[in-house]
Design a protein around this ligand. Structure first.
Ligand code: PEP
Ligand code: MN
Length: 336
């Protein structure tokens, strides 16, 4: 059960409500976000919401039977649109395209990427400065030095920055240099990290864990929301199955299912999803056809020389073609 409290609820009215819920043996969680105050009630037994519906200070009340509550579509009719400022939104009418290298490698690479993005009217640049790598000997990112350069060049050119945060201790130092925090697949259920990201005023994109279920992804999003941050984006990036002909199995089923279950925007990552450059565009277009709100792809001026994930990284000329096709596909999806 979700109770939306009115903005001008009096303390005494809130106390009456909490007492009433306690009398009904309902566990109450009081949640304050950037936008609103809620009570998430977990009733032990079924009860009639009409018995509290007319108490003072309640704006709206909804029964939500899912395990996750605040990220469920059951109580929120309008989908969440994330406003990054400067007319950049995620979850609105326009397809959100995020593009850039797997890893930030240096200033020249950032400048080249920014130029490529500006030319193609892409408003969000991706790039890791803290990289989760399977081998400790692989390139693990430029850290804060790289992030500061990344942010500088992007903000000077009206481009928003999305980058991965790997641990709790990095959140504060990164805060002023990111527009969207990315939680990687390997951290999808790092609940301490999710708790902290729920307390910052920056959007958070949560990638689905390699063996994460849809419900687990939504429960991770619930951690962020219930800590106070409503600006959440879900990302399907492929799951690990028995199939080894490609890097991961991009689960296109997840897109309509997530859109059905949640009001949060859904982004698809075909680069990690299939992991093969020659098929990234096909899967990106499939993602748009399936109703994704946006696509995140890896692109580099010279993928053969990329410090990480070169095999799934598009050349600029391939990426350019794809942007056009994705935009046309989105138009088609909207039309019918
Ligand atoms: C990435 O986006 O570069 C990345 C490491 O992704 P994932 O967490 O999905 O593997
Ligand atoms: Mn990568």
């Amino acid at each position: 059960m979700i109770i939306q409290l009115s903005n001008n609820i009096k303390e005494q009215e809130q106390n009456v409500l909490l007492q009433k819920l306690s009398d009904l043996n309902i566990k109450s969680n009081l949640i304050s976000t950037q936008f609103k105050n809620y009570i998430v009630g977990i009733p032990k037994v079924d009860f009639d919401i009409r018995s509290i519906g007319n108490l003072a200070g309640i704006e709206d009340i909804h029964r939500v039977s899912d395990d996750y509550k605040l990220v469920s579509k059951k109580w929120k009719v309008n989908n969440t649109v994330i406003d990054l400022g400067d007319n950049v939104t995620i979850g609105g009418d326009e397809l959100a395209i995020m593009a850039g290298p797997c890893s930030i490698e240096g200033e020249e690479q950032i400048e080249n990427t920014v130029q490529h993005l500006v030319k193609n009217n892409i408003k969000i640049m991706r790039g890791g400065v803290y990289k989760p790598r399977s081998s400790p000997y692989a390139f693990r990112g430029m850290g804060m030095d790289g992030l500061k350069l990344f942010y500088k060049h992007c903000s000077e050119n009206g481009i928003k920055v999305i980058t991965e945060v790997m641990q709790v201790s990095q959140v504060e130092e990164m805060l002023d240099y990111v527009d969207i925090f990315q939680v990687g697949a390997r951290n999808s259920q790092n609940f301490n990290l999710l708790d902290i990201l729920g307390q910052v005023d920056k959007p958070v994109m949560i990638k689905r864990g390699m063996s994460g279920t849809i419900n687990e992804l939504l429960a991770s999003a619930e951690y962020v929301f219930s800590n106070g941050n409503e600006k959440i984006i879900l990302c399907e990036r492929g799951i690990r199955t028995y199939e080894n002909a490609y890097r991961n199995t991009l689960d296109l089923n997840a897109i309509p299912i997530l859109k059905e279950k949640s009001h949060l925007p859904v982004i698809v990552d075909p680069s990690h999803g299939i992991g093969l450059r020659q098929h990234v565009a096909t899967m990106a277009l499939a993602g748009v056809m399936c109703g994704a709100d946006g696509i995140i792809i890896e692109t580099h001026e010279n993928p053969e020389k990329a410090f990480s994930d070169g095999q799934q990284t598009l050349y600029y000329r391939q990426a350019e073609k794809l942007y056009q096709k994705m935009r046309l596909t989105k138009e088609l999806v909207e039309k019918f």
